[in-house]
Design a protein around this ligand. Structure first.
Ligand code: ZN
Length: 137
């Protein structure tokens, strides 16, 4: 709250000064003061919108960096000497050039599905057997 009051006082003081300077141009102090005040508030609105835009761009860059970090793996050339950390994509040819042997090599991204099951808890199995509820197993 104190910052806002200080900012308003500063804006009013600067606008008053500009109003005095522009008094000859606008024929009165209040016209120059009002023009300066309008320019201040427009500048504040523009600066705030640019700041928000920078913040959004920064957040998007961070999110993209996180996605790329999830897909980045260590890739080794078939020659065995060159190894690189590169992001791999499923729907793209992952072709790289080895700096050691100067050959290009491709990385095939293969995936397989694995059925997941719930591991039975030994405590719940014991409790169910003890209670005679074999059908729950
Ligand atoms: Zn190589």
């Amino acid at each position: 709250m104190k910052k806002i009051v200080v900012s308003l006082v500063l804006v009013l003081l600067v606008s008053s000064g500009i109003g005095f300077v522009l008094q000859g141009l606008f024929d009165s102090f209040w016209k120059g003061f009002t023009a300066s005040l309008i320019c201040h508030f427009l500048a504040i609105v523009v600066i705030n919108s640019l700041s928000r835009k920078k913040n959004i761009v920064s957040q998007l860059e961070d999110a993209l960096g996180n996605v790329l970090a999830l897909q980045t793996v260590k890739v080794t050339c078939p020659c065995g000497k060159g190894s690189y950390e590169e992001p791999l994509f499923i729907n793209k040819d992952n072709i790289f050039k080895c700096d050691v042997c100067r050959n290009t090599f491709r990385v095939d991204v293969d995936y397989e599905t694995v059925l997941q099951t719930n591991q039975p808890s030994l405590n719940s199995m014991y409790d169910s057997l003890r209670a005679g509820k074999e059908e729950e197993l």
